[in-house]
Ligand binder design. Sequence first.
Ligand SMILES: Nc1ncnc2c1ncn2[C@@H]1O[C@H](COP(=O)(O)OP(=O)(O)O)[C@@H](O)[C@H]1O
Ligand SMILES: [Mg+2]
Length: 490
Amino acid sequence: MNVVITEPSASPVIQALRSIGYTASTAISDLVDNCLDAEALNIHINFEYGNADGIITVSDDGSGMDEEMLQTAMNIGSKDPRIRRKANELGRFGMGLKTASFSLGKRLSVLTKFNGVYYERCWDLDHVSECNSWELFTIIPKEIKEKMGTIKGENGTIVSIDKLDRFMRAGEKRTLKETSFYNKVSKINRHLEFVFHSILQNGNVEMSINNKKIIPWDPFLQKNQHTIEGEMQILRINENRIKVQYYILPHASHLTEVEYEKAGGYKGWRDHQGLYVYRENRLLYFGDWMGLFPKDAASQLARVRIDLSNDADADWQVDIKKSGVNLPDEAKKRLEAISSIARKVSREIFYFRTQSTRSDRTYKGSLNTWEQSGREDGPQFILNRNHPLLVELLNLMNDEQAMLLNLYLKFIQLGSPSNIVDSPKVSEEVLQEVSESQKELIIQFATSMMKLDVAENKDDLLNILITQPAFDGLNRTTMKNIIEGEGLIE
Ligand SMILES: Nc1ncnc2c1ncn2[C@@H]1O[C@H](COP(=O)(O)OP(=O)(O)O)[C@@H](O)[C@H]1O
Ligand SMILES: [Mg+2]
């Protein structure tokens, strides 16, 4: 083969790696992702200011690494992004540890413990530049190692970054003063309580920053009784399933001043509306409608949660920093339908048109009687089963009554003029395939018709069944087969 090995020159590669656009907050989040991937339950982040420099450490009690794993981990691009990741894994490109760290400072030290044995490695970009070669130290400088401390359990990892030129804005007129340094830390704190809120709320992971516990910030105010929770919808985008659910936050009059301030998030109410994209429960993107709609004041109560698994990375073009995604074309129409409902409800509440009259209840769902399903197959419009009136009614009924009402509602939904589609005619003789759920519905309906004496004999019953819009497309032979199979009628 006519090839010649051309090693990339170290210095320019370093500069490029350092400049892929992390902020301090996205960099720290990426390091935390690694701890979570290693199944850590306790993650401590520390920022220490010192003499126009500082040191950042991220310690975890996760799996740790043996020597070979550590050596691979320190490689730039240690994993092929095309390889399928474990379920729930947050990593992707095999770059984060290095690129995130180098965007903060020039020295990255990793001390890790695996089954009781310590291993260590250290990148010093000053050294790499000097010798213009990727020489990795196998020991961490003593003064840094002292600051890193020890790992208590049998397994765990401490990542430390110093020579914080970028973080300290060295090279500019003034480097960070101590107060600005800690202000920056508070900002990172707010970012983490947001990005990892779902992981912190759902699991038993604990995180702290400078010994202060990170309290999850829930953008959907799920605990507030005035929050309206839309029904969760599962969409299939290409091969992958995504979950979509909208939340409408309470009108300002239902929040105290403190709650209002807090719910506005660190960017303010207007810039927290829109789509919130999560990958494996970790927030990737938020802040607007991703080009589907413009931001406006009346929609600021609407926040739509989208959950992806890491299988969907290619569809959504998740970037290295895990702070950017692209809406796939296949998802646009359906998200637009769901978002437009959310925006409408937000507008109503924002202008006070929909007000809950009872304050002792959480409304799970909107006050619309009908909602757009956002589905291409199946009914276009679905009845809102969480409507408070309906919920109340069902509460007052006994099981038999509730069953009949539910059956009736199913027929209203299936028979609604907007849901009827013309089914192709089928020959009367063919026995058609019927799904279990549809079969069940037919039997339930037929049984009720008999009980109520609407149908007296088999012919009556069949005539009723085949003229129901809900069963449109099923022929007499199929119907007959079902009711005879059930022995409903002689
Ligand atoms: N805190 C940690 N605990 C255990 N292993 C880690 C830790 N941080 C990094 N690693 C290992 O280093 C590898 C490379 O990390 P990284 O560069 O962030 O890439 P990625 O997360 O995309 O795999 C990880 O796949 C993991 O095996
Ligand atoms: Mg990573």
